[in-house]
Design a protein around this ligand. Structure first.
Ligand SMILES: Cc1ncc(COP(=O)(O)O)c(C=O)c1O
Length: 508
């Protein structure tokens, strides 16, 4: 039978991933060998006249051989242990924000891992810091920033902390303790955590209520801003909420801030999850196109290459549009000769930092490209995938209720049971979450629990959909549709149809 073919541009994208059945094994193996051989040849070429510290005879010594054998066995044990790990590479994994890695991400990471520079300073990283600068530049270009200044972090939480530290620095010292941070009520919990780290209590977090789609309500934001009688650290909007992938009306928030320009409020966008959607293609004048364009005018942004950039952990990024906002610290370290206060180690929360994330991001950007033909194309497909899942699920199950306003590739739904009680729906969601991985051919989903008090948009929506609200929380099945092979023309099964078949087979 003649196989159905993908369009050439999609075939091209397949070369960037290992593939669900490790189809690109040979390429990965030979690339790893090449990297190891490059690295070893580099060592050999540097100081050949120094002589060898490990002789051929040493290598034949029984204890030497025994140690090597033991490493091999332990390595095998370790590999076997990891076979119990979550199969996040599989299109059957539809849970949290992880998936396949790109091959360039993996290989870039491995190159830097072998060299292991410390990106704390130029004194400990000659190449790594240059790569990091170029990687940062490639990220900033997605947002059409002329010059981007920033650094890579271990992840989104630390990138958010970097933003908070700079916001606080702008507030006169004597007013700092009274200052408050305005965030979307759907903001990631790291903002709370980071405020605590800086010594603030819960009252320092002002959560702006959400609109009917679960996005930051700009009307409420305006009111809060006008009434504020406390110093404001800044405002945090979301380009892709953790729970549902909602994108706030960043453009409107920019307008409001312009009207209050005398307050000089720092606008940080937490795009840890969704930021890479800036390189996807959006219909002109669409909501996403507008919000992407609005990113040109903000102060700073968090973006996690280890999420939709498909590079290995830990790789987040804190990016500033203007260098005057980025440089804020002048601490000194007696044992490092920082050339200036502009060095990474002076400005970053973290001290020792790897170059692995930088190299992984660099290689992904140079090969796949952070543009609409490269990574953007992969992400556009996820939006299609989400629509397909929603359409097919709705067609097959009349009792699934999907939340509105999930702007990116996360699909959330609940199940209306015969009693129409929310508590019954929550139990069904919990049951599905527990049972999907137990199937003989499993799927993996995640779930979230949203308090109705904070999510009045959801409360109103559930009432509209005929639920009886006998409990204060709504549990939702949460599917992050980010596997590049979820919708494809080649595999024996259609994952959408298989998911539906599995769901039908589960009594829920
Ligand atoms: C919007 C958002 N911000 C921040 C974070 C924290 O990122 P990390 O887990 O890399 O620290 C997440 C994680 O899911 C997120 O979704």
């Amino acid at each position: 039978m003649k196989r159905k073919q993908c369009p050439p541009k999609d075939i091209s994208l397949k070369s960037y991933f290992l593939g669900p059945q490790a189809e690109n094994t040979q390429f990965l193996q030979s690339a790893f060998l090449e990297i190891v051989s490059h690295y070893c040849n580099w060592r050999k070429s540097l100081f050949p006249l120094d002589g060898k510290a490990i002789s051929h005879d040493d290598q034949l010594h029984p204890q030497f051989l025994k140690n090597q054998k033991s490493i091999q066995l332990l390595m095998e044990t370790l590999s076997l242990n990891f076979q119990n790990e979550i199969p996040q590479f599989s299109p059957r994994y539809l849970g949290h924000m992880f998936s396949e890695l790109t091959l360039p991400g993996l290989l870039g990471h491995f190159v830097a891992l072998l060299h292991n520079p410390n990106n704390i300073s130029k004194e400990s990283s000659l190449v790594g810091l240059n790569i990091e600068r170029e990687a940062i530049d490639s990220l900033g270009k997605m947002f059409k920033w002329r010059k981007t200044i920033g650094h890579l972090t271990s992840g989104g939480t630390v990138a958010n902390l970097e933003a908070l530290l700079r916001m606080r620095h702008r507030i006169p010292f004597e007013h700092r303790t009274k200052a408050k941070l305005l965030t979307s009520a759907a903001a990631h919990y790291s903002w709370k955590k980071n405020l605590k780290i800086l010594g603030y209590d819960d009252s320092a977090l002002v959560e702006v209520p959400l609109d009917k789609y679960g996005r930051l309500c700009t009307k409420s934001f305006k009111k809060i801003l006008t009434a504020a009688d406390y110093p404001i650290l800044g405002v945090v909007t979301l380009f892709g909420s953790t729970e549902r992938g909602t994108v706030d009306d960043i453009q409107d928030v920019n307008h409001i801030l312009e009207l209050h320009s005398n307050m000089k409020i720092w606008h940080h966008v937490d795009a840890a999850y969704g930021g890479f959607f800036a390189c996807a293609q959006h219909a002109t004048h669409s909501y996403l196109a507008k919000q992407t364009d609005a990113l040109k005018y903000i102060e700073s942004l968090t973006l996690d290459p280890h999420k939709l950039g498909y590079v290995p952990y830990g790789c987040g990024a804190f990016l500033c549009r203007k260098s005057k906002d980025y440089f804020y610290s002048d601490v000194e370290a007696p044992y490092i000769q920082f050339k200036s206060a502009q060095e990474a180690g002076v400005q970053s929360v973290e001290g020792s930092r790897p170059a692995t994330g930088a190299a992984a991001t660099w290689l992904t950007s140079k090969s796949i490209g952070f543009n609409s033909d490269g990574l953007g194309r992969v992400l556009n497909r996820h939006l299609e995938t989400k629509s397909k899942f929603q359409k097919q699920l709705s067609k097959n199950f009349k009792n699934l209720i999907f939340t509105e306003g999930s702007d990116l590739n996360i699909l959330c739904w609940t199940v209306k049971g015969s009693t129409k009680r929310l508590s019954e729906a929550n139990s069904k969601v919990d049951q599905l979450f527990a049972d999907f991985p137990k199937q003989s051919l499993p799927f993996y989903i995640s779930k979230t629990s949203l308090p109705l008090k904070k999510n009045s948009w959801l409360e109103a929506y559930l009432i509209k959909k005929g639920f009886q609200l006998d409990t204060k929380k709504c549990h939702l099945v949460r599917m992050t549709l980010m596997n590049p092979f979820l919708i494809n023309r080649e595999t024996e099964i259609s994952y959408v149809q298989e998911f539906i078949r599995t769901l039908k087979s589960m009594a829920f």
